[in-house]
Design a protein around this ligand. Structure first.
Ligand code: PAF
Length: 282
């Protein structure tokens, strides 16, 4: 595996690999866990004899809260090993000064899907995601890119980004990877107190209950409200949102024959966890 720390090094490493098959990009912010490793392996399977590129870049522009950025776990040495052991060919690990000019003045903003769910409570977050992903697409020029469904809204927004900007990259969504107790893997889980870590698997339990209720005809609003109520019954938990929306445009579900998304964000102490599940009427 080769490691590029500058854009120039990245261009030099990728030049001989272009045109030799697919080039599959997996962007990450580091603190890699089994969920990321799964994305790398999926990228490896997609690329075949082509190239898998991973990026590890803690993108400051997508954090609307400086405290959240400061507290974000950083494990660069382990991240290199995780990439090496899971089929990555080229790892791009730039510093913020390498990625951004001090006087940068271009924004990339999605204006419909970004206004709801996490976008409503994290202003500027998705513009920061779109900016960095657009830059990574320009730098790497991948044929394909893989993103996890845990950040379902991000995935939907990035599909829009490539559609509306005619970026020639095929986006692939990867299923959520969960621990044995059902908790969705996240870099933030490491910051939970032992009590909150023990309680957190209930998020998925409540989502599964909601899926069963929805399949049996329970009203959409009632299903989301029940998840909120159950979460709020746990000591130290504050719900940011629990909403049932259309899985594609993320706004109100007008047609119940379409796939719905039940998405949740909740604070367990000072750690904000997100999770989601796709729902269908049976
Ligand atoms: O999902 C993430 O880790 C980040 O939002 C991404 C896509 C790597 C952009 O910084």
């Amino acid at each position: 595996m080769q490691i590029a720390r500058t854009k120039e090094e990245l261009r030099t490493m990728l030049a001989p690999l272009r045109g030799t098959g697919r080039m599959v990009l997996v962007p990450t912010m580091g603190a890699l866990h089994e969920g990321h490793a799964t994305l790398f392996r999926q990228a490896r399977a997609l690329a075949g004899a082509g190239t898998v590129v991973a990026s590890v870049f803690l993108n400051p522009v997508q954090f609307n809260d400086a405290g959240d950025l400061a507290a974000y776990p950083r494990t660069p040495e382990d991240d290199v090993e995780t990439c090496r052991n899971n089929g990555v060919d080229v790892l791009f690990m730039p510093m913020p000064e390498e990625m951004y000019s001090a006087d940068r003045s271009i924004t990339v903003e999605e204006t419909h899907l970004s206004t709801v769910l996490c976008g409503a409570s994290r202003p500027g977050h998705f513009a920061g995601v779109c900016l960095v992903v657009a830059k990574l697409f320009n730098l790497v020029q991948p044929t394909d890119a893989v993103f996890g469904k845990k950040d379902y809204q991000q995935l939907a927004i990035l599909r829009r980004l490539v559609r509306d900007m005619d970026i020639p990259v095929t986006i692939h969504g990867a299923e959520i990877v969960r621990g044995e107790d059902g908790l969705a893997l996240s870099s933030r889980n490491a910051r939970l107190t032992p009590e909150h870590r023990a309680a957190a698997p209930c998020i998925y339990k409540f989502l599964l209950e909601a899926r069963a209720d929805y399949a049996q005809g329970a009203p959409a609003a009632g299903v989301a409200a029940a998840v909120r109520r159950k979460l709020e019954g746990i000591p130290g938990v504050r719900v940011d949102y629990a909403e049932l929306v259309d899985a594609e445009h993320l706004h109100a579900l007008a047609d119940e024959r379409r796939t719905a998304l039940l998405a949740v964000a909740a604070w367990f102490g000072d750690v904000r966890l997100i999770d989601n599940i796709e729902l269908q009427r049976s």
